[in-house]
Ligand binder design. Structure first.
Ligand SMILES: [Zn+2]
Length: 360
């Protein structure tokens, strides 16, 4: 099955395209909200899709811990369980290697975690990550990687993590092929390999070459948006832009600020995910206007403001006429509807940016 078709180019590297998955086509560039535990927080699938979102992301680590892939599988798999009918991407759990305090230790075999509730020690290996993702019923899977931060303290481990990520990739590919060998090309989920290498150009280029020469369907760019400056992130995106294989989709992990989404698309990225639009929205922060200005809806100046968040936005919240004064009031009294309406708006804001690059 052809995985990706490039449709049009805009500028040097921005492109629009069609990503083919086993549950339908996706127009790119595309933004994917994080349904970390199987739900996009406070937003129903119907409202998520009303924003133009085509893919949602679910988190392998969290669903493995609770309720467990066996339960999700018994309840019909991710689509039946979450009621998202479109493509679902699962991350590998690699990000939690970096972010969670429940981490015990990293060895060549895999990563030991302490269960946040039971305290039980669990080992996630590259093979286990793929097994969990396939048991969940993922349509787009990601190879297990070793991510490090980018502070001075972490830089010494970048090369070690870089080498381990590529050894783990080979193990992921073997396990993925083993578990999907009985599937037809139209039934098979996709596998993305993850490019690491921190802020080091040489390591990034080498890692990209390794991923692009591997038997995977897509290229994921990991290890960004983990504490580096915006300029440092953009420098890596600029550096990688001319080096991508045109036939494969490119997924930038964990990026969702409008400035970074535009930059990523202009550097040839096709897919992005982040908790930012919905997390910010639940904290009353929304983007508005062509320059994505941040508005803080709890600000006193919105007390009697009868205008919607963005007059030109065609999201549910703006077209239904929910005023900033109404939203401010609901945030102030702790009404969850406010977070829902703001989340719908922020998702639509990012999808509209993606759509600008699809049309011409
Ligand atoms: Zn809106």
């Amino acid at each position: 099955m052809l995985v990706f078709e490039e449709v049009n180019r805009k500028g040097d590297y921005a492109r629009s395209g069609i990503l083919h998955t086993r549950v339908g086509d996706v127009l790119t560039p595309t933004f994917m909200p994080d349904g970390t535990r199987g739900a996009v927080k406070s937003v129903s699938p119907e409202l998520v899709y009303s924003t133009g979102v085509q893919i949602v992301l679910a988190n392998t680590y969290h669903l493995h811990m609770m309720p467990g892939e066996d339960i999700v599988s018994k309840l019909g798999g991710l689509h039946e369980f979450t009621r998202f009918s479109g493509p679902i991407l699962t991350d590998s759990g690699g990000f939690q290697v970096f972010s969670l305090k429940s981490l015990r230790k990293i060895t060549e075999e895999g990563v030991e975690f302490k269960h946040p509730i039971t305290g039980e020690i669990r080992l996630i290996t590259p093979e286990k990550s793929i097994q969990i993702q396939l048991a969940l019923g993922s349509d787009l899977t990601v190879a297990f990687d070793h991510l490090t931060g980018l502070s001075e303290k972490d830089r010494g481990t970048t090369k070690e993590a870089f080498d381990r990520t590529h050894r783990w990739l080979e193990r992921c590919i073997v396990e993925f092929r083993r578990l999907t060998s009985g599937m037809s090309v139209t039934e098979r989920p996709l596998l993305f390999g993850v490019v690491q290498g921190g802020l080091d150009h040489e390591l990034r280029q080498k890692s990209l070459e390794i991923i692009q020469n591997s038997d995977v369907d897509g290229t994921a760019i990991g290890g960004l948006s983990v504490g580096e400056t915006r300029n440092e992130m953009h420098d890596i995106l600029d550096f990688l832009a001319p080096l991508y294989n045109p036939e494969r989709p490119r997924f930038l992990l964990g990026v969702g600020d409008p400035v970074d989404v535009r930059k990523a698309i202009e550097c040839g990225i096709d897919m992005m995910d982040c908790v930012m639009p919905t997390r910010n929205a639940r904290h009353a922060t929304v983007w508005s206007g062509p320059d994505s200005k941040r508005l803080h809806l709890t600000n006193a100046k919105y007390l009697d403001d009868d205008t919607v968040i963005d007059e030109v936005c065609d999201c549910y919240s703006c077209t239904k006429g929910f005023s900033k004064g109404f939203l401010r009031h609901q945030f102030k009294v702790g009404e969850p509807l406010a977070g829902t309406l703001a989340s719908v708006h922020n998702l639509r804001h990012l999808v509209r940016i993606c759509e600008e690059y699809r049309t011409n």
